[in-house]
Design a protein around this ligand. Structure first.
Ligand SMILES: C[S@@+](CC[C@H](N)C(=O)[O-])C[C@H]1O[C@@H](n2cnc3c(N)ncnc32)[C@H](O)[C@@H]1O
Length: 239
């Protein structure tokens, strides 16, 4: 109380340390069905956090949104789901840049969701909702969303095919799946596979990802979709 500056700095440092701790010891809520070994494989390690928490990351997310809007504007702007939202800065952009009136965003890691709630601009408190959840098992009925957004999380998910099936299930017909995704030549190359932690079994490359979209009734939209050996940015429509 007598040293408010010291207390504030201490809290700041504590928050930084907590957020950068690779695995929280806090229990996750029951909504997460993945067991803890599986969960650990899917979470970011600290070198990846440095990138995802950096102020540059939202600039990339803005750029992807610009590409998506050129490919296909959402037919309806009522309800969007963001999977694996991290700190939630993408969720705020979905409201502000894409114009969604109701943004539901979740992540497997509870500590990120607590942080996302804390840093959400107060003007978006009524628009954006965060929760802890697992992209392999979405706690929503069928066809409840006008759009689903993936800012680069599916390569973290063990059952990535199941995740794409879940995305398709919760999208209403005519709704869009907007995605930015990366492939092993980028995140598991000689250097990065030593630095970053990702699942290693049954990973996908471009053709696998596109086949999974198609077999789940998600039709890739023509336009400025960028697809390379490193990753893809695009949109698919639920048929
Ligand atoms: C590369 S980060 C991307 C974070 C955020 N989308 C962004 O672009 O800044 C991957 C995120 O996916 C989350 N994640 C991994 N597996 C998940 C799962 N099964 N369900 C939900 N989130 C998951 C991680 O906790 C992490 O926050």
């Amino acid at each position: 109380m007598r040293f408010p500056m010291v207390t504030a700095s201490y809290t700041c440092v504590q928050e930084y340390v907590t957020v950068f701790t690779p695995q929280s010891t806090e229990p996750t809520r029951d909504i997460v069905t993945a067991d803890s070994a599986d969960r650990d494989q899917m979470l970011m390690n600290w070198p990846e956090r440095v990138w995802i928490y950096s102020p540059i990351r939202p600039l990339f997310q803005r750029r992807e949104i610009g590409k998506w809007l050129k490919i296909a504007k959402p037919a309806k702007l009522e309800r969007v789901l963001e999977i694996g939202c991290g700190l939630g800065r993408g969720a705020a952009l979905l409201a502000r840049k894409m114009g969604f009136r109701n943004v539901v965003a979740f992540d497997l890691e509870e500590i990120l969701i607590r942080r996302a709630r804390r840093i959400l601009p107060s003007g978006l408190a009524e628009t954006v909702t965060f929760f802890v959840g697992d992209a392999q098992d979405l706690p929503f009925p069928d066809a409840g969303f006008d759009a689903v957004v993936n800012f680069g999380i599916i390569h973290h998910v063990l059952d990535w095919r199941g995740c794409i099936a879940e995305i398709s299930r919760v999208l209403e017909p005519g709704g869009f799946f907007y995605f930015e995704e990366i492939y092993p030549p980028l995140y598991a190359n000689f250097l990065l596979k030593r630095m970053l932690r990702h699942p290693t079994e049954d990973r996908f490359y471009g053709p696998d990802f596109l086949t999974a979209l198609q077999s789940n009734g998600l039709q890739l939209q023509p336009g400025v979709c960028t697809d390379s050996r490193f990753g893809i940015v695009g949109a698919a429509r639920k048929i």
